[in-house]
Design a protein. Structure first.
Length: 139
């Protein structure tokens, strides 16, 4: 599957938050943490706030590196979320919504004081999934 999002750069703030998460969880790859963050944001029923996000860090990756073997599935999830939110699925909308979801998710994970080790990711996602209404499924 070809992707509309080829490369992206994180904000300095997101890089700093991910550095903290790397230290706590011992997950040393940016892309794995970014996948968790993206899915965490997609699980929220509300749209992310449409705020400008600078691309001012030195952390840059391709969509394929970000998604790994899940790249196609994550792109489908993003397109479905855009559709559910009444947004288009053109390249600019997908890129913008991806950046908004990614950065919101990073903020959520970094701000969660219960995350101190890798196992805590499972607890956060399980707790979040059980607190959603029946008609909303995470991710």
């Amino acid at each position: 599957m070809t992707t509309e999002i080829e490369r992206f750069k994180l904000s300095k703030s997101a890089k700093d938050q991910l550095t903290k998460l790397k230290r706590y969880t011992k997950i040393d790859q940016w892309n794995i943490l970014c996948r968790w963050a993206f899915c965490r944001s997609l699980a929220e029923p509300t749209q992310p706030s449409p705020v400008p996000i600078p691309a001012d860090s030195n952390v840059e990756m391709t969509w394929r590196v970000f998604g790994g073997e899940l790249a196609d599935i994550l792109l489908i999830a993003l397109k479905q979320r855009c559709h559910n939110d009444g947004l288009g699925c053109d390249k600019d909308t997908l890129t913008n919504q991806f950046r908004l979801h990614l950065h919101r998710g990073i903020g959520y994970l970094a701000g969660d004081l219960t995350i101190k080790k890798i196992e805590d990711f499972i607890g956060v996602e399980t707790l979040h999934a059980t607190s959603l209404p029946n008609d909303v499924s995470p991710g």
